[in-house]
Design a binder for this molecule. Structure first.
Ligand code: HEM
Length: 154
Protein backbone atom coordinates (compact mmCIF):
# COMPACT_ATOMS: atom_id res chain seq x y z
CA UNK A 1 0.00 0.00 0.00
CA UNK A 2 1.38 3.39 -0.98
CA UNK A 3 1.48 6.31 1.43
CA UNK A 4 -1.37 7.91 -0.53
CA UNK A 5 -3.51 4.76 -0.25
CA UNK A 6 -2.77 4.60 3.47
CA UNK A 7 -3.89 8.21 3.89
CA UNK A 8 -7.08 7.47 1.93
CA UNK A 9 -7.83 4.47 4.17
CA UNK A 10 -7.39 6.55 7.34
CA UNK A 11 -9.68 9.27 5.96
CA UNK A 12 -12.34 6.66 5.08
CA UNK A 13 -12.14 5.27 8.61
CA UNK A 14 -12.50 8.75 10.06
CA UNK A 15 -15.52 9.52 7.90
CA UNK A 16 -17.13 6.23 8.87
CA UNK A 17 -16.65 6.75 12.60
CA UNK A 18 -18.01 10.32 12.34
CA UNK A 19 -21.09 9.00 10.53
CA UNK A 20 -21.83 6.63 13.42
CA UNK A 21 -21.27 9.22 16.18
CA UNK A 22 -24.52 10.23 17.92
CA UNK A 23 -25.59 13.63 16.61
CA UNK A 24 -25.63 15.20 20.08
CA UNK A 25 -24.43 18.59 18.91
CA UNK A 26 -27.12 18.85 16.25
CA UNK A 27 -29.96 18.58 18.78
CA UNK A 28 -31.09 21.69 20.62
CA UNK A 29 -30.90 21.54 24.41
CA UNK A 30 -34.26 21.20 26.17
CA UNK A 31 -35.88 24.30 27.66
CA UNK A 32 -35.25 22.66 31.05
CA UNK A 33 -31.49 22.55 30.38
CA UNK A 34 -31.38 26.03 28.88
CA UNK A 35 -33.07 27.39 32.03
CA UNK A 36 -30.34 25.74 34.10
CA UNK A 37 -32.29 22.77 35.48
CA UNK A 38 -34.32 22.22 38.61
CA UNK A 39 -32.57 24.63 40.99
CA UNK A 40 -33.23 27.88 39.07
CA UNK A 41 -36.68 26.64 38.01
CA UNK A 42 -37.62 26.01 41.65
CA UNK A 43 -36.45 29.52 42.62
CA UNK A 44 -38.55 31.18 39.90
CA UNK A 45 -41.63 29.09 40.79
CA UNK A 46 -41.15 29.86 44.50
CA UNK A 47 -40.88 33.62 43.89
CA UNK A 48 -43.85 33.44 41.52
CA UNK A 49 -46.11 31.86 44.13
CA UNK A 50 -44.83 34.21 46.84
CA UNK A 51 -46.26 37.04 44.74
CA UNK A 52 -49.32 35.27 43.33
CA UNK A 53 -50.75 33.84 46.57
CA UNK A 54 -51.10 37.15 48.52
CA UNK A 55 -52.02 39.28 45.47
CA UNK A 56 -54.92 41.62 46.43
CA UNK A 57 -56.59 41.64 43.00
CA UNK A 58 -56.64 37.84 42.78
CA UNK A 59 -57.95 37.53 46.34
CA UNK A 60 -60.93 39.75 45.58
CA UNK A 61 -62.23 36.48 44.14
CA UNK A 62 -63.59 34.70 47.27
CA UNK A 63 -62.95 31.23 45.81
CA UNK A 64 -59.27 32.00 45.16
CA UNK A 65 -58.95 33.61 48.61
CA UNK A 66 -60.48 30.56 50.33
CA UNK A 67 -58.29 28.10 48.42
CA UNK A 68 -55.04 29.98 49.03
CA UNK A 69 -55.81 29.91 52.77
CA UNK A 70 -56.66 26.22 52.74
CA UNK A 71 -53.86 24.88 50.51
CA UNK A 72 -50.28 24.98 51.88
CA UNK A 73 -48.01 27.20 49.78
CA UNK A 74 -45.07 24.71 49.92
CA UNK A 75 -47.38 22.08 48.42
CA UNK A 76 -48.33 24.40 45.55
CA UNK A 77 -44.67 25.27 45.00
CA UNK A 78 -43.81 21.57 44.83
CA UNK A 79 -46.60 20.73 42.37
CA UNK A 80 -45.98 23.71 40.08
CA UNK A 81 -42.22 23.05 40.08
CA UNK A 82 -42.78 19.40 39.13
CA UNK A 83 -45.16 20.46 36.39
CA UNK A 84 -42.81 23.08 34.90
CA UNK A 85 -39.88 20.64 35.17
CA UNK A 86 -41.81 18.04 33.19
CA UNK A 87 -43.31 20.48 30.68
CA UNK A 88 -39.87 21.92 29.84
CA UNK A 89 -38.40 18.48 29.14
CA UNK A 90 -36.85 17.80 32.55
CA UNK A 91 -36.68 14.48 34.42
CA UNK A 92 -39.62 15.14 36.83
CA UNK A 93 -43.05 13.56 36.70
CA UNK A 94 -46.06 15.64 37.62
CA UNK A 95 -48.57 13.63 39.63
CA UNK A 96 -50.98 16.41 40.57
CA UNK A 97 -54.48 17.00 39.28
CA UNK A 98 -55.27 18.16 35.76
CA UNK A 99 -55.43 21.92 35.32
CA UNK A 100 -59.20 21.64 34.82
CA UNK A 101 -59.73 19.69 38.04
CA UNK A 102 -57.37 21.86 40.09
CA UNK A 103 -58.95 25.18 39.08
CA UNK A 104 -62.61 24.51 38.18
CA UNK A 105 -63.92 25.62 41.60
CA UNK A 106 -61.91 28.87 41.54
CA UNK A 107 -64.07 30.56 38.89
CA UNK A 108 -61.00 32.26 37.40
CA UNK A 109 -61.74 35.20 35.08
CA UNK A 110 -59.93 36.79 32.13
CA UNK A 111 -58.95 39.74 34.38
CA UNK A 112 -57.38 37.38 36.94
CA UNK A 113 -55.56 35.50 34.19
CA UNK A 114 -54.14 38.81 32.87
CA UNK A 115 -53.02 39.76 36.39
CA UNK A 116 -51.23 36.40 36.77
CA UNK A 117 -49.47 36.94 33.41
CA UNK A 118 -48.27 40.44 34.44
CA UNK A 119 -46.80 39.01 37.67
CA UNK A 120 -45.15 36.17 35.73
CA UNK A 121 -43.65 38.38 32.99
CA UNK A 122 -42.24 40.86 35.55
CA UNK A 123 -40.68 38.00 37.43
CA UNK A 124 -39.00 36.57 34.32
CA UNK A 125 -37.51 40.02 33.59
CA UNK A 126 -36.26 40.36 37.19
CA UNK A 127 -34.66 36.91 36.98
CA UNK A 128 -33.09 37.87 33.65
CA UNK A 129 -34.55 34.88 31.82
CA UNK A 130 -33.51 35.37 28.16
CA UNK A 131 -36.28 36.38 25.75
CA UNK A 132 -36.36 33.07 23.84
CA UNK A 133 -36.69 30.98 27.02
CA UNK A 134 -39.18 33.46 28.56
CA UNK A 135 -41.39 33.22 25.46
CA UNK A 136 -41.29 29.41 25.57
CA UNK A 137 -42.30 29.45 29.25
CA UNK A 138 -45.14 31.88 28.54
CA UNK A 139 -46.31 29.60 25.70
CA UNK A 140 -46.47 26.69 28.19
CA UNK A 141 -48.53 28.82 30.60
CA UNK A 142 -50.81 29.97 27.75
CA UNK A 143 -51.44 26.38 26.69
CA UNK A 144 -53.27 25.84 30.01
CA UNK A 145 -55.52 28.88 29.74
CA UNK A 146 -58.56 27.17 28.20
CA UNK A 147 -58.62 24.71 31.13
CA UNK A 148 -58.16 27.36 33.83
CA UNK A 149 -60.21 30.41 32.81
CA UNK A 150 -63.84 29.43 33.24
CA UNK A 151 -65.60 32.58 34.52
CA UNK A 152 -67.95 34.27 32.09
CA UNK A 153 -67.35 37.67 33.77
CA UNK A 154 -64.40 39.73 32.39
C1 HEM B 1 -54.90 33.25 37.50
C2 HEM B 1 -54.24 32.11 37.43
C3 HEM B 1 -54.16 31.10 38.53
C4 HEM B 1 -54.63 31.12 39.81
C5 HEM B 1 -55.39 32.25 40.52
C6 HEM B 1 -54.31 29.83 40.42
C7 HEM B 1 -54.62 29.48 41.71
C8 HEM B 1 -54.51 28.19 42.23
C9 HEM B 1 -55.02 27.73 43.49
C10 HEM B 1 -55.75 28.63 44.52
C11 HEM B 1 -54.75 26.41 43.59
C12 HEM B 1 -55.17 25.46 44.76
C13 HEM B 1 -56.56 24.93 44.43
C14 HEM B 1 -57.08 23.95 45.46
O1 HEM B 1 -56.42 22.94 45.73
O2 HEM B 1 -58.19 24.19 45.99
C15 HEM B 1 -54.03 26.03 42.40
C16 HEM B 1 -53.52 24.77 42.14
C17 HEM B 1 -52.60 24.49 41.16
N1 HEM B 1 -52.24 25.32 40.12
FE1 HEM B 1 -52.97 27.18 39.81
N2 HEM B 1 -53.64 29.07 39.51
C18 HEM B 1 -53.51 29.79 38.35
C19 HEM B 1 -52.86 29.40 37.19
C20 HEM B 1 -52.05 28.29 37.12
C21 HEM B 1 -51.18 27.99 36.01
C22 HEM B 1 -51.01 28.85 34.76
C23 HEM B 1 -50.54 26.79 36.33
C24 HEM B 1 -49.50 26.01 35.55
C25 HEM B 1 -49.23 26.17 34.30
C26 HEM B 1 -51.05 26.36 37.61
C27 HEM B 1 -50.68 25.21 38.24
C28 HEM B 1 -51.29 24.71 39.38
C29 HEM B 1 -50.98 23.40 39.95
C30 HEM B 1 -49.95 22.41 39.43
C31 HEM B 1 -51.80 23.26 41.07
C32 HEM B 1 -51.85 22.07 42.04
C33 HEM B 1 -52.73 20.94 41.49
C34 HEM B 1 -52.96 19.86 42.52
O3 HEM B 1 -53.17 20.16 43.70
O4 HEM B 1 -52.97 18.68 42.14
N3 HEM B 1 -51.96 27.28 38.05
N4 HEM B 1 -53.91 27.12 41.59
Amino acid sequence: MTLFQKKQAVLKLLALSLAFMPSVQAEEASLYDRLGGLAPISVVVSDFLDELVPDPLLNQNPAIDAARQAVPKPYLKYQVTAMVCQATGGPCQYHGRTMKDAHAHLNISEREWTRMKVIFRDLLVRHQVPEQEANELIAIIDSTKADIVVATSP
